[in-house]
Design a protein around this ligand. Structure first.
Ligand SMILES: C[S@@+](CC[C@H](N)C(=O)[O-])C[C@H]1O[C@@H](n2cnc3c(N)ncnc32)[C@H](O)[C@@H]1O
Length: 382
């Protein structure tokens, strides 16, 4: 993880957030309270979706997080409005609202799993609470604070809406979100490594990244890595790591997986060229963690000769669907009547395959269930 700035620190902090206050305190001591405060506030700002506040103030508003830590309070300022949002440890002067709470509690509610408790040790101080005119003038600080604190609760997320707001085509052009919602829901509370092939936006380094941002929001404990053939450095943000590379290059994929793996979820939304899909699968599947998922999108290209597919030879394993159809038999490998058949790694570890329009979701697990006993006749009786 050396090449990914901050990733090891985030993994440490996120992991600690589900392991109790002592583990959180140890992680804070390792990382440093100031850095942890910055990470948490960045995360809250990302979840706040402040642009949704109507007529957000032209005048800048200041919110101060005053976080109790063993070495004394850590202060982190947020400035919103006036055309930009910033945050940092520099004193921005008198804050319109100050949130007081223990740093360990904020780590737990931001990065811990659901069920680890809601925010309860907090206290909010309004600067102009007793001054009606002043409070009325800067009334927007109330929704700003509400939005900021909303990131401490884990509300249900409408993945289709989220994906639309983040600028991904996973719903509305394709209709994948409902399937993702079902398959990814059990992963929302886990620390995860997610890798998506294909960031979007093509040549423009700052364009695209809609799905990476969607996964960041939907999977709040995930580090989200994205690969694209073009430089997409402009979409980088906390917990999002764009990497320039070619999904058809096994050496590149191997070195990436060696650095970031094991990977919990791989999503192939890259070139959709069948030979690339097949190469990426054969290279990356082995780096998927047990219990993880491998997802392939846009399987329509499996039938399109221009993408190395075929509408006639639909079982050709050189096409994406041909590969998947070959793998599906492996679910039942224990039933083969083939003397000396040695099950492959795919046979033994693909535990489920789910197919939807142009989308396949493979579950990695253990597929070692034996066949029925030998005394059960293999010949039809009636
Ligand atoms: C459909 S877009 C990805 C959209 C994005 N996943 C989303 O849902 O917002 C496909 C991306 O794959 C990239 N791409 C094309 N060929 C590639 C290759 N061989 N390796 C990696 N990325 C590739 C393109 O540059 C493009 O940005």
């Amino acid at each position: 993880m050396q090449g990914f700035r901050g990733a090891a620190v985030l993994r440490d902090l996120i992991g600690s957030a589900g392991a109790g206050d002592a583990a959180i305190a140890a992680a804070v001591a390792r990382i440093g309270a100031d850095e942890v405060a910055g990470i948490l506030v960045d995360e809250l700002l990302n979840r706040a979706e402040l642009q949704a506040i109507p007529q957000l103030a032209e005048r800048p508003l200041v919110v101060l997080f005053e976080l109790t830590a063993p070495g004394g309070p850590v202060r982190h300022w947020v400035q919103v409005g006036g055309g930009k949002t910033t945050h940092g440890p520099d004193d921005l002067g008198s804050a319109h609202a100050t949130v007081d709470l223990p740093l360990t509690e904020l780590v737990r509610v931001v990065f811990g799993p659901r069920g680890e408790g809601e925010l309860k040790g907090h206290r909010i101080r309004w600067r102009d609470f007793e001054d009606q005119a002043a409070l009325a003038a800067d009334m927007h600080v109330v929704p700003v604070l509400q939005h900021l604190l909303s990131g401490t609760t884990r509300q249900p997320v409408d993945l289709a809406g989220l994906s639309l707001r983040q600028g991904s085509d996973k719903w509305g052009l394709h209709f994948y979100s409902q399937h993702y919602e079902r398959h990814f829901e059990p992963y929302r509370d886990r620390p995860l490594t997610v890798l998506e092939l294909g960031i979007g936006g093509y040549q423009d380094p700052a364009a695209g990244g809609g799905s990476l941002r969607t996964w960041k929001r939907f999977l709040p404990r995930a580090l989200v890595f994205g690969v694209d053939i073009f430089d997409k450095s402009g979409v980088a943000e906390q917990r999002i790591y764009p990497i320039k590379g070619d999904q058809s290059d096994p050496a590149f994929l191997e070195s990436l997986a060696a650095e970031i793996g094991p990977i919990d979820i791989v999503i192939d939304d890259g070139s959709h060229y069948c030979p690339h899909v097949v190469t990426a699968f054969h290279t990356l599947y082995k780096h998927v963690a047990p219990g993880g998922l491998y997802v392939i999108e846009d399987l329509q290209t499996s039938y399109w000769p221009g993408y190395g597919g075929s509408s006639e030879n639909r079982n050709d394993p050189a096409t994406s669907m041909g590969l998947l159809k070959e793998l599906v038999d492996g679910l039942n490998h224990a039933e083969y009547q083939l003397e000396g058949y040695e099950p492959s790694e795919y046979d033994l570890t693909i535990a489920g395959m789910h197919f939807y329009h142009n989308l396949a979701v493979l579950e990695k697990g253990r597929n070692e269930e034996a066949s029925l006993p030998r005394w059960v006749g293999r010949e039809r009786v009636v």
